[in-house]
Design a protein around this ligand. Sequence first.
Ligand code: SF4
Length: 378
Amino acid sequence: MQPMHLTGLSQAELSDFVASLGEPEYRARQIFSAIQDRRLTSFDAMTDIPKDLRATLVERTGLSTFKLESRYVSIDGTRRYLFKTHDNFPVETVFIPEERRDTICFSSQSGCPLQCTFCLTAQLGLLRNLTAGEIVEQIIFVLNDAYGEGVQTPRGTNLVGMGAGEPFLNFENLMKAIRIINAPAGLHIFPNRITISTAGIVPRIRELATITDRPRLAISLAAPNDELRDELMPINKKWPIEELMSACKEFERSLRPAERFTFEYVMLRGVNDSDSHARQLASLLNRHRLRAKINLIPHNPAEPLPYQPSSTERVESFRKILESKRLHAFVRRPRGRDILAACGQLAARSEIGESPVGLQRSRSIVASHDVAHPRNAS
Ligand code: SF4
């Protein structure tokens, strides 16, 4: 049996556990703060906890359940981490360093049950939902790798739920993880710095709107009409665009004063990137008068996906049409393409350029046993 995973416990749950050991309440606060605020990864380092309690924790609980399989570093500094869960399922997390603030892209599921045709993760199918502890653990690992254990998370660090999986199909565990992260002695990444991206699970968009201290919302749209969206994102057959827009309209009422939500639009050459598609998209969004911005994402090609990215000129022409219709549109710069870390490329590949039979290992891979001085690696 797996030991109790303390990383996934809220402070209240830790209090119950600590009480069951006959320990005072303040020990729960100390342990929670050691795991989340200080991100300590061993009980030995928790020197403010008495030795005999630490020994009990070692015996009955655990802080980490993942094994790091590989750590890849892109020429642009992006890092991709491939973990294996205790029961051997892959989990991927991406760290994107930026000049002003860094971003961590985490996964909510191992694999994904949705069948978006432009995404490699879809090819894995759903392997399983991640627990709240597994969601938090991957973020703690990346923060420690980037900044060092015990060093407080830099102000403004962004967290995006855009890795493998459809977060809203693992809603309960996702929200529990976010509550742990947001707790006063948590990871110091606050709701306005957390964005969750969905393929359009309409009931959960409505539910999210009712939650205080909710994260921001992004919606992967990929097409301006049902016919094309049915093809690219089959979830659209269940919740077509008009239903999605009506949920967005409801969600809009929960937006904070300066907040907008985001539509992600992957740009696939010759498929959804014409001027006519841009005009349809503008008319759709203007008809619903949503406080939204649009992120245009040039497709990140990966074998065996059948698509190519739109050219820079095409993306720019598309963006200009949206701007001319008074919409805020931005082009997202691809990051980590060379290590299969970019949007739509996460498929638990342990070899860069891996085909079904496997190809040569990239020089930019840093194997798990090489992670002694992560800051120097990129
Ligand atoms: S784009 Fe997101 S929702 Fe669609 S298959 Fe990929 S991981 Fe799943």
